[in-house]
Design a protein around this ligand. Structure first.
Ligand SMILES: C[S@@+](CC[C@H](N)C(=O)[O-])C[C@H]1O[C@@H](n2cnc3c(N)ncnc32)[C@H](O)[C@@H]1O
Length: 246
Protein backbone atom coordinates (compact mmCIF):
# COMPACT_ATOMS: atom_id res chain seq x y z
CA UNK A 1 0.00 0.00 0.00
CA UNK A 2 1.10 3.55 -0.82
CA UNK A 3 -0.80 6.06 1.30
CA UNK A 4 -0.54 9.79 0.71
CA UNK A 5 -1.49 12.12 3.53
CA UNK A 6 -3.33 9.68 5.83
CA UNK A 7 -2.04 7.81 8.87
CA UNK A 8 -1.41 4.07 8.91
CA UNK A 9 0.84 2.13 11.29
CA UNK A 10 3.67 0.00 9.99
CA UNK A 11 4.81 -3.38 11.33
CA UNK A 12 8.30 -3.63 12.84
CA UNK A 13 8.68 -7.40 12.35
CA UNK A 14 8.47 -6.77 8.61
CA UNK A 15 11.08 -3.99 8.89
CA UNK A 16 13.40 -6.22 10.93
CA UNK A 17 13.06 -9.00 8.34
CA UNK A 18 13.83 -6.44 5.64
CA UNK A 19 17.07 -5.31 7.36
CA UNK A 20 18.12 -8.90 8.14
CA UNK A 21 17.78 -9.52 4.45
CA UNK A 22 19.78 -6.34 3.67
CA UNK A 23 22.57 -7.57 5.98
CA UNK A 24 22.78 -10.73 3.86
CA UNK A 25 23.45 -8.48 0.84
CA UNK A 26 26.54 -6.86 2.41
CA UNK A 27 29.20 -6.31 -0.22
CA UNK A 28 32.61 -5.08 0.89
CA UNK A 29 33.07 -3.16 -2.37
CA UNK A 30 29.88 -1.14 -1.80
CA UNK A 31 29.40 -1.56 1.99
CA UNK A 32 27.08 1.37 2.67
CA UNK A 33 24.43 0.26 0.20
CA UNK A 34 23.12 -2.10 2.92
CA UNK A 35 21.59 0.96 4.58
CA UNK A 36 21.70 3.54 1.76
CA UNK A 37 20.22 1.21 -0.88
CA UNK A 38 20.93 2.01 -4.58
CA UNK A 39 22.49 -1.47 -4.93
CA UNK A 40 23.02 -0.96 -8.64
CA UNK A 41 24.50 2.53 -8.31
CA UNK A 42 27.67 2.23 -6.20
CA UNK A 43 28.88 5.65 -7.39
CA UNK A 44 25.71 7.34 -6.14
CA UNK A 45 26.09 5.62 -2.74
CA UNK A 46 29.67 6.93 -2.52
CA UNK A 47 28.72 10.44 -3.59
CA UNK A 48 25.76 10.66 -1.19
CA UNK A 49 27.82 9.34 1.72
CA UNK A 50 30.62 11.81 0.95
CA UNK A 51 28.21 14.75 0.63
CA UNK A 52 26.41 13.87 3.86
CA UNK A 53 29.63 13.57 5.81
CA UNK A 54 31.10 16.74 4.28
CA UNK A 55 27.96 18.68 5.25
CA UNK A 56 27.10 17.24 8.67
CA UNK A 57 30.42 16.22 10.23
CA UNK A 58 31.62 19.82 10.89
CA UNK A 59 28.24 20.66 12.43
CA UNK A 60 28.84 17.98 15.07
CA UNK A 61 31.83 20.02 16.36
CA UNK A 62 33.56 16.89 17.62
CA UNK A 63 36.54 16.96 19.97
CA UNK A 64 38.28 14.56 22.33
CA UNK A 65 35.54 15.03 24.93
CA UNK A 66 32.74 14.04 22.57
CA UNK A 67 30.54 11.13 23.62
CA UNK A 68 28.54 10.12 20.57
CA UNK A 69 25.29 8.14 20.58
CA UNK A 70 24.36 6.85 17.10
CA UNK A 71 20.73 5.66 17.12
CA UNK A 72 19.94 3.07 14.41
CA UNK A 73 23.63 2.97 13.49
CA UNK A 74 23.43 0.21 10.86
CA UNK A 75 26.93 -1.14 10.17
CA UNK A 76 28.50 1.99 11.70
CA UNK A 77 28.72 4.19 8.64
CA UNK A 78 28.98 7.23 10.90
CA UNK A 79 31.57 5.56 13.11
CA UNK A 80 33.67 5.33 9.93
CA UNK A 81 33.02 9.02 9.20
CA UNK A 82 34.33 10.02 12.64
CA UNK A 83 38.06 9.67 12.14
CA UNK A 84 39.12 12.24 14.75
CA UNK A 85 39.91 11.46 18.36
CA UNK A 86 36.69 11.38 20.41
CA UNK A 87 36.00 10.12 23.94
CA UNK A 88 33.38 7.47 23.08
CA UNK A 89 31.04 6.28 20.40
CA UNK A 90 28.05 4.03 21.06
CA UNK A 91 25.97 2.68 18.18
CA UNK A 92 22.62 0.95 18.71
CA UNK A 93 20.59 -0.93 16.08
CA UNK A 94 17.90 -3.62 16.24
CA UNK A 95 19.47 -5.66 13.43
CA UNK A 96 21.89 -8.03 15.13
CA UNK A 97 23.72 -8.86 11.91
CA UNK A 98 24.46 -5.14 11.37
CA UNK A 99 25.80 -4.90 14.93
CA UNK A 100 28.03 -7.96 14.42
CA UNK A 101 29.33 -6.48 11.16
CA UNK A 102 29.89 -3.07 12.81
CA UNK A 103 31.91 -4.71 15.62
CA UNK A 104 34.02 -6.61 13.09
CA UNK A 105 34.67 -3.46 11.01
CA UNK A 106 35.55 -1.41 14.12
CA UNK A 107 37.57 -4.01 16.01
CA UNK A 108 40.81 -2.03 15.70
CA UNK A 109 39.34 1.29 16.85
CA UNK A 110 39.31 2.24 20.48
CA UNK A 111 36.20 3.35 22.37
CA UNK A 112 33.72 2.18 19.74
CA UNK A 113 30.80 0.17 21.16
CA UNK A 114 27.89 -1.43 19.32
CA UNK A 115 24.78 -2.88 20.95
CA UNK A 116 21.63 -4.57 19.70
CA UNK A 117 18.58 -2.57 20.75
CA UNK A 118 15.50 -0.69 19.63
CA UNK A 119 15.56 3.04 18.81
CA UNK A 120 12.52 3.61 21.01
CA UNK A 121 14.08 1.76 23.99
CA UNK A 122 17.48 3.46 24.23
CA UNK A 123 17.57 3.70 28.04
CA UNK A 124 16.79 -0.03 28.43
CA UNK A 125 19.50 -0.96 25.93
CA UNK A 126 22.12 1.22 27.65
CA UNK A 127 21.15 -0.09 31.11
CA UNK A 128 21.29 -3.71 29.92
CA UNK A 129 24.84 -3.08 28.70
CA UNK A 130 25.85 -1.36 31.96
CA UNK A 131 26.42 1.93 30.16
CA UNK A 132 26.59 4.69 32.76
CA UNK A 133 27.84 7.75 30.85
CA UNK A 134 25.60 10.37 29.30
CA UNK A 135 26.22 11.66 25.76
CA UNK A 136 26.90 15.12 24.33
CA UNK A 137 26.40 14.28 20.64
CA UNK A 138 23.50 12.30 19.17
CA UNK A 139 23.08 11.04 15.62
CA UNK A 140 19.64 10.07 14.35
CA UNK A 141 20.28 9.29 10.71
CA UNK A 142 17.52 7.66 8.65
CA UNK A 143 15.85 6.26 11.76
CA UNK A 144 12.44 7.90 12.29
CA UNK A 145 11.07 6.74 8.95
CA UNK A 146 10.82 3.18 10.34
CA UNK A 147 8.83 4.16 13.43
CA UNK A 148 5.18 4.79 14.20
CA UNK A 149 4.25 8.14 15.72
CA UNK A 150 4.22 7.13 19.40
CA UNK A 151 7.68 5.56 19.02
CA UNK A 152 9.07 8.73 17.41
CA UNK A 153 7.99 10.45 20.65
CA UNK A 154 9.74 7.68 22.64
CA UNK A 155 12.97 8.22 20.67
CA UNK A 156 13.00 11.92 21.53
CA UNK A 157 12.17 11.13 25.17
CA UNK A 158 15.07 8.65 25.19
CA UNK A 159 17.43 11.25 23.72
CA UNK A 160 16.30 13.72 26.39
CA UNK A 161 17.30 11.22 29.08
CA UNK A 162 20.58 10.23 27.44
CA UNK A 163 22.12 13.68 26.90
CA UNK A 164 24.24 15.85 29.16
CA UNK A 165 23.27 19.47 29.88
CA UNK A 166 25.07 20.62 26.74
CA UNK A 167 24.83 18.72 23.52
CA UNK A 168 24.26 18.59 19.77
CA UNK A 169 21.66 16.38 18.11
CA UNK A 170 21.84 15.76 14.36
CA UNK A 171 18.68 14.45 12.71
CA UNK A 172 18.83 13.43 9.04
CA UNK A 173 15.63 12.04 7.65
CA UNK A 174 13.95 11.45 4.30
CA UNK A 175 10.86 13.70 4.46
CA UNK A 176 7.62 13.79 2.50
CA UNK A 177 7.87 16.93 0.36
CA UNK A 178 4.23 17.88 -0.06
CA UNK A 179 2.56 15.48 2.31
CA UNK A 180 3.17 12.50 4.53
CA UNK A 181 3.75 9.32 2.56
CA UNK A 182 3.37 5.84 4.06
CA UNK A 183 4.64 2.71 2.37
CA UNK A 184 3.05 -0.31 4.00
CA UNK A 185 3.95 -3.80 2.82
CA UNK A 186 4.88 -2.12 -0.43
CA UNK A 187 6.89 -4.18 -2.91
CA UNK A 188 9.84 -2.13 -4.11
CA UNK A 189 11.28 -3.16 -7.47
CA UNK A 190 14.45 -1.23 -6.67
CA UNK A 191 15.03 -3.01 -3.35
CA UNK A 192 13.56 -6.29 -4.59
CA UNK A 193 11.77 -6.61 -1.25
CA UNK A 194 8.71 -5.54 0.71
CA UNK A 195 9.25 -2.16 2.35
CA UNK A 196 7.57 -0.29 5.23
CA UNK A 197 8.32 3.36 5.93
CA UNK A 198 6.66 6.62 6.98
CA UNK A 199 7.98 9.77 5.30
CA UNK A 200 6.83 12.58 7.58
CA UNK A 201 6.76 16.18 6.44
CA UNK A 202 9.26 18.68 7.83
CA UNK A 203 6.39 20.23 9.86
CA UNK A 204 5.38 16.90 11.38
CA UNK A 205 8.95 16.35 12.58
CA UNK A 206 9.02 19.91 13.96
CA UNK A 207 5.77 19.21 15.85
CA UNK A 208 7.43 16.18 17.48
CA UNK A 209 10.49 18.28 18.38
CA UNK A 210 8.33 21.09 19.75
CA UNK A 211 6.73 18.82 22.30
CA UNK A 212 9.99 17.11 23.30
CA UNK A 213 13.58 18.34 22.90
CA UNK A 214 12.68 21.99 22.20
CA UNK A 215 10.79 22.05 25.50
CA UNK A 216 13.97 20.84 27.21
CA UNK A 217 16.13 23.76 26.11
CA UNK A 218 17.33 22.56 22.70
CA UNK A 219 17.19 25.05 19.81
CA UNK A 220 17.21 24.36 16.06
CA UNK A 221 20.52 25.92 14.97
CA UNK A 222 20.21 24.93 11.33
CA UNK A 223 17.92 22.99 9.03
CA UNK A 224 18.04 22.39 5.28
CA UNK A 225 17.80 19.88 2.45
CA UNK A 226 20.90 17.73 2.33
CA UNK A 227 21.34 17.11 -1.39
CA UNK A 228 20.88 19.19 -4.50
CA UNK A 229 18.92 17.75 -7.45
CA UNK A 230 21.94 15.91 -8.84
CA UNK A 231 21.99 13.53 -5.83
CA UNK A 232 18.23 13.29 -5.26
CA UNK A 233 16.35 10.92 -7.55
CA UNK A 234 12.93 10.95 -5.86
CA UNK A 235 9.99 13.26 -6.57
CA UNK A 236 7.95 12.87 -3.39
CA UNK A 237 10.68 12.62 -0.74
CA UNK A 238 14.06 14.19 -0.05
CA UNK A 239 16.77 14.01 2.62
CA UNK A 240 16.51 16.81 5.18
CA UNK A 241 18.50 17.64 8.31
CA UNK A 242 18.05 19.48 11.58
CA UNK A 243 20.90 20.50 13.90
CA UNK A 244 19.76 20.94 17.49
CA UNK A 245 21.95 22.47 20.18
CA UNK A 246 21.64 23.08 23.90
C1 LIG B 1 18.42 3.67 6.57
S1 LIG B 1 19.30 2.73 7.75
C2 LIG B 1 20.40 3.95 8.43
C3 LIG B 1 21.56 3.33 9.17
C4 LIG B 1 22.63 4.31 9.64
N1 LIG B 1 22.08 5.31 10.53
C5 LIG B 1 23.28 4.96 8.45
O1 LIG B 1 23.06 6.15 8.26
O2 LIG B 1 24.01 4.28 7.72
C6 LIG B 1 18.13 2.50 9.03
C7 LIG B 1 18.64 1.69 10.18
O3 LIG B 1 17.62 1.68 11.19
C8 LIG B 1 17.62 0.43 11.82
N2 LIG B 1 16.29 0.31 12.45
C9 LIG B 1 15.08 0.38 11.87
N3 LIG B 1 14.10 0.30 12.78
C10 LIG B 1 14.72 0.21 13.99
C11 LIG B 1 14.26 0.13 15.34
N4 LIG B 1 12.96 0.10 15.62
N5 LIG B 1 15.17 0.07 16.33
C12 LIG B 1 16.51 0.07 16.03
N6 LIG B 1 17.01 0.13 14.80
C13 LIG B 1 16.13 0.23 13.78
C14 LIG B 1 17.88 -0.54 10.69
O4 LIG B 1 18.32 -1.80 11.14
C15 LIG B 1 18.93 0.22 9.88
O5 LIG B 1 20.22 -0.06 10.32
Amino acid sequence: MRLKGGHEEINYDATQAFFNNRAGKYNKDNPYSVTMYQDNHPELVKQRNAKEVEKLLPLLKLDNKSKVLDIACGIGRWSDAITMDIDKYCGIDFCEDFILKARELNKDKKNRHFYTGKSNEISDCLAKNNWEDKFNRVLLIGALVYLNDQDVDSVFAGIGQAVEDKGIVVIREPIGLEERLTLKEHFSEELDDTYNAIYRTRDEIMDCLNKSLLKQGFRVKEEAFLFDDSLNNRKETSQYYFILER
